[in-house]
Ligand binder design. Structure first.
Ligand SMILES: Nc1nc2c(c(=O)[nH]1)N[C@H]1C(S)=C(S)[C@@H](COP(=O)(O)OP(=O)(O)OC[C@H]3O[C@@H](n4cnc5c(=O)[nH]c(N)nc54)[C@H](O)[C@@H]3O)O[C@H]1N2
Ligand SMILES: Nc1nc2c(c(=O)[nH]1)N[C@H]1C(S)=C(S)[C@@H](COP(=O)(O)OP(=O)(O)OC[C@H]3O[C@@H](n4cnc5c(=O)[nH]c(N)nc54)[C@H](O)[C@@H]3O)O[C@H]1N2
Ligand code: SF4
Ligand SMILES: [Mo]
Length: 733
């Protein structure tokens, strides 16, 4: 049994610490966090009457084990334990207390200390002294760095207008106040151009919302009860390992695992049944499943009547998606389409994990919108463990207004720039972007049409500021480089977009060198610009309180800062029925959506092929890999050695035609760019498909730049990226 005791520390502050009942106070009272430091409690007095422990003496802590949160852009958002010795983290382990991640973490983060203490890590602000991109920098002080930014921006504001300045950030650190706190306040107040954050899941989230109203799905903890798992366009072994763990547990009770992917990778290999599919055709497969579910009366009429709109129209509509037609589109044999539909129609609970991969296509929004209709057809949303997850962020949505202060912006109609089109935007000569401030992201590697992006970043007249832990490919083009703290040096709060827990991070180690956190840099900038609003005075703790105390989200009614600190893992309240709270226009699951028609889209799920780019023989899928996280870790020796080299998976038949053998270096090219990868020849992809994995560093002169080949078209919804809809040719070097 676990009890909570109030612990008083000779001041008015108090802490709540966890103590196993029955153990001596001394053995459990290890450390408490107080006033930005940890303290080891040396003597206590137990007051049994009041159920509290009074601290009599303590010493400032150097060693010990400290709770932390994995800051990376990964759905699992693991609880961590940091082992600290003499002021340094010596080991990163999983926190066994975390209800979902339960002490298991991935290999990437187990080696996180290599990254935190990498000698290449930035320690001081730098200014460019060579040509753009040459990589010659000189150490400067923070004062000079901030003053330079202010002078250059004031000059731009006076001469070109404030919207010539563009922020460019993403989720290199998922901490809410690191990624969308003081930065947003500052940029809103200044009035700069607005970055549309579309690179990751914009198309699919929008598509899913049309059906379900927002990022709301199954509670992953309940999926352990499922009897059928469909991992659809998700490489979960690498990108959502705890969902795989839950599926493996369910498998012991007879559950089956189906994987639908364009690549039989580590996730496909663990499936009971792997279904290879042609890229960008998933919407058609889902419609084919619906066709059979209706035709063979495997739908749940009562559920459809009660909880959905449009099922009659949908039934008529899917008549057109007969198995023969769908097979021709998807490359999935007719008998497999029947088998899949019947398994889905008959097995309950069934759970679909909808991945990000399948929505990185021209038609990605509609593909997700369509797949998201399936659980409703069989009534899976009211079966424990059934349903689907695309993203679950809605359950933990916090008070964005209070955190980001959009009210500070005077120019409400400021221009919006889609981050997927940053290459185009930087090369635009009409009302050009003259300055960019990059943080939490590495656009020179991760964005589509990479050559355009780099050409834009190389513009001599672009004033580029990059705040990062490393001299990234992007930072190489910077005029000013600012060193960032790691998340373990910061205060922040974290909300998973898969499981239902919120967590808090308090600093475990001192800032590395002169590095500063994102909010601290924006506080400095606000001060230099003379912004007098109180919003710029708030501490990190105040930002967290404003975000979660009294939040307008029924699933978080009971949340507040004290509870978050006390509980360590604060769960969204899932006793509230999702189907009674669907934020769609009708309040029901929208199989037919009027809103989509108003937005110029078909109101019913409809398959539209991806853009036909021309004659090049391969569809190119540059997917993520196992040991990097986007471009993070791609500069890390340990992670590179685990990954060895960047492969290009192609089918044996395609390889034979081109005399390519396994292990050959191949040139991959199209009119946008080229790169060189190592051929992995076999049957893991269908003919006409080429899959690479990982965003490899190419500072070393290696020709690994896969995003040079990727189109910068935007997807059908949300301005999403189309990383996987481009065509290439391949030849032996
Ligand atoms: N190890 C590791 N983990 C990560 C990341 C990482 O880089 N490395 N990145 C993180 C981030 S930011 C994100 S968004 C998530 C992404 O993680 P996932 O949701 O898994 O998405 P992806 O890995 O982009 O693609 C998943 C799968 O989609 C397949 N795919 C591509 N096109 C299609 C298609 O048309 N149809 C189907 N059915 N499959 C297709 C790819 O082959 C790939 O196996 O992972 C996060 N976690
Ligand atoms: N070909 C291809 N390209 C892709 C994808 C793909 O599947 N295929 N996936 C896309 C997806 S889903 C995503 S989400 C994007 C991700 O793209 P990015 O968001 O650019 O992700 P990373 O490459 O991990 O870069 C994050 C950077 O933030 C820095 N950072 C970490 N913590 C902090 C901090 O606290 N402060 C500051 N200032 N910096 C910090 C890291 O050091 C790192 O350089 O990539 C996209 N690009
Ligand atoms: S990257 Fe994902 S799996 Fe790995 S420790 Fe972080 S949250 Fe967990
Ligand atoms: Mo992402």
């Amino acid at each position: 049994m676990v009890l909570y005791y109030y612990v008083y520390i000779m001041t008015e502050y108090f802490f709540i610490i966890k103590r196993d009942f029955g153990m001596s106070a001394k053995s459990t009272l290890s450390t408490v966090f107080f006033n930005k430091a940890y303290y080891k409690i040396t003597t206590v007095k137990i007051d049994y009457y009041d159920e509290r422990i009074i601290i009599m003496s303590y010493i400032k802590e150097k060693n010990g084990v400290f709770p932390a949160v994995c800051p990376l852009d990964c759905p699992d958002q693991c609880g961590l334990l940091l082992h600290k010795m003499d002021g340094k983290i010596i080991k990163v382990a999983g926190d066994p207390d975390h209800p979902v991640t339960q002490g298991n973490i991935c290999n990437k983060v187990r080696h996180m200390t290599d990254r935190i203490y990498d000698p290449k890590r930035l320690q001081y602000p730098l200014k460019r002294i060579g040509r753009k991109g040459e990589g010659k920098f000189q150490r400067i002080s923070w004062a000079e760095a901030i003053e330079t930014i202010k002078d250059r921006w004031m000059h731009l504001i006076d001469n070109e207008g404030v919207e010539s300045i563009l922020p460019y950030g993403f989720y290199g650190n998922m901490g809410r106040i690191s990624a969308e706190g003081m930065d947003r306040r500052f940029f809103n107040r200044l009035g700069v151009s607005i970055q549309d954050q579309t690179i990751c899941s914009a198309a699919g989230s929008k598509g899913y919302s049309y059906t379900m109203g927002g990022s709301f799905g199954t509670d992953p903890e309940e999926t352990v009860h499922a009897k059928l798992f469909v991992f659809w366009g998700v490489n979960a072994v690498s990108t959502n390992m705890h969902q795989v763990a839950l599926a493996q547990k369910a498998r012991k009770n007879g559950a089956k695992i189906i994987v639908i992917d364009v690549h039989k990778n580590q996730t496909g290999r663990l499936a009971d049944w792997f279904i290879p599919i042609l890229p960008g055709t998933d919407g058609a497969l889902a419609l084919g499943i619906m066709h059979i579910l209706f035709a063979e009366k495997m739908t749940d009429y009562n559920f459809l009547q009660k909880y959905t709109v449009g099922h009659e129209q949908l039934r008529e509509h899917v008549v057109h998606y007969d198995p023969l037609t769908v097979s021709e589109i998807t490359g999935v044999p007719i008998e497999d389409i029947y088998k899949l539909a019947r398994m889905y129609g008959e097995i309950s609970p069934s759970f679909i994990r909808i991945g990000n991969g399948l929505q990185h296509h021209d038609n990605g929004g509609m593909a997700v919108r369509t797949i998201a209709c399936l659980p409703a057809l069989t009534g899976q949303w009211i079966v424990k463990g059934g349903g689907a997850i695309k993203g679950n962020g809605g359950f933990l949505s916090h008070n964005v207004r209070a955190l980001q202060r959009p009210s500070l912006r005077k120019n409400k109609n400021a221009r919006v720039i889609n981050m997927n089109l940053i290459g185009q935007a930087l090369l635009e000569t009409k009302e050009p972007v003259r300055s960019m401030y990059v943080y939490n992201s590495n656009p020179a590697v991760v964005t589509p049409e990479g050559n355009k992006v780099r050409q834009g970043l190389a513009r001599e007249d672009l004033f580029l500021v990059v705040h990062d832990l490393f001299l990234t490919e992007t930072a190489m083009f910077a005029d000013i480089v600012l060193p960032a703290t790691s998340s373990f040096e910061n205060t922040d709060f974290y909300t998973s977009y898969w499981h239902h827990y919120m967590q808090i991070q308090q600093p475990v180690i001192e800032p590395y060198g002169e590095s500063k956190s994102n909010p601290d840099v924006f506080r400095m900038l606000a001060k230099t610009f003379g912004f007098e609003e109180e919003a710029f005075e708030h501490t990190d703790e105040q930002l967290i309180r404003q975000s979660i105390d009294d939040v307008d989200n029924p699933y978080l009614n009971d949340a507040n800062y004290e509870i978050l600190v006390k509980d360590k893992f604060l769960k969204a309240d899932r006793s509230i029925n999702l189907l009674d709270n669907l934020p769609t226009p009708s309040g029901k699951i929208e199989l037919y959506s009027k809103q989509m028609e108003r937005d110029g889209l078909p109101g019913l799920p409809t398959y539209t092929p991806i853009v036909n780019e021309g004659d090049l023989p391969f569809l190119f899928i540059p997917a993520p890999n196992h040991n990097f996280l986007n471009s993070t870790f791609s500069n890390n020796e340990k992670h590179i050695s685990l990954e060895k080299f960047p492969r290009l998976h192609i089918n044996s038949a395609d390889a034979k035609k081109r005399s390519i053998e396994d292990g050959d270096t191949v040139r991959v090219w199209n009119e946008r760019g080229e790169c060189e990868l190592i051929a992995a020849v076999g049957e893991n992809v269908l003919p006409g498909v080429a899959v690479s994995q990982g965003l490899w560093a190419d500072l070393s002169g290696k020709k690994y730049f896969v995003n040079s080949l990727v189109p910068d078209r935007v997807a059908d919804m949300g301005g999403g990226a189309t990383f996987f809809s481009g065509r290439v040719d391949i030849e032996k070097v």
